[in-house]
Design a protein around this ligand. Sequence first.
Ligand code: SAM
Length: 245
Amino acid sequence: MQNPEREWFGTRKVSAREKTDLVRGVFDSVADKYDLMNDLMSGGRHRLWKDRFVRQIRPRPGMKCLDVAGGTGDIAFRLKRKGAQVTVSDINEEMLRVGRDRAIDRGWLALEWVPANAEDLPFDDESFDLYTIAFGLRNVTHIDKALAEAARVLKPGGKFFCLEFSRVEEPFIAKIYDAWSFNVIPRIGAAVAKDRESYQYLVESIRKFPPQKQLVRRMAAAGLSQCRYTNLDFGVVAIHQGVKV
Ligand code: SAM
């Protein structure tokens, strides 16, 4: 094969196929410690970001929602509490297993858990009122394919929401954030999850993800309209949203 397509895996270029497998390996490896690690790495802030994300969505009872790269269910549970009807999908069955166990502990049997790649969703066209993806899009090998799939499965008027690590636009805060993420997070990963490499990947993948305005342009190119973003914590994370016309 001539010049096979190369993708970033952290700071390394690998083939597209390899990236999908490597990312799957990262989440296989971290699944059991994922929730604890999120708390340690973000100082508990990921809970506030997720609460804010769902407040911005304003889900209504009965709304048909698809949470892509839904992992252990943090966004799905928040949507469910508001009465939404939620399907969680993720490429990694280990993450879904942990999520399903958490849902059973809460007595929530009505959530649907579907293994699927965000780039090739096993759902009909125009079948959801809401598409969410939280801390998932940066792990997807072909972001534009995932965005096109989001637009495809949304009903006309349906809404797209993405919560993702983004770019800190304030230089002083960016320095502190870099020091924390490059030095502290992989060490926490090594100490708690006994897996420095996976957490090194997570930090590096954040730096390779498109900055806010570029992601807005790519959402529009995928067929979404009214695309915009809101920074949280100076852009450490951003909420991107758009509407399927
Ligand atoms: N959304 C959850 C949350 O906010 O806690 C989980 C986020 S976790 C950082 C990223 C998730 O993306 C993992 O569960 C991983 O398996 C999933 N993922 C990675 N690549 C994917 C892909 N191509 N399609 C679907 N899910 C993917």
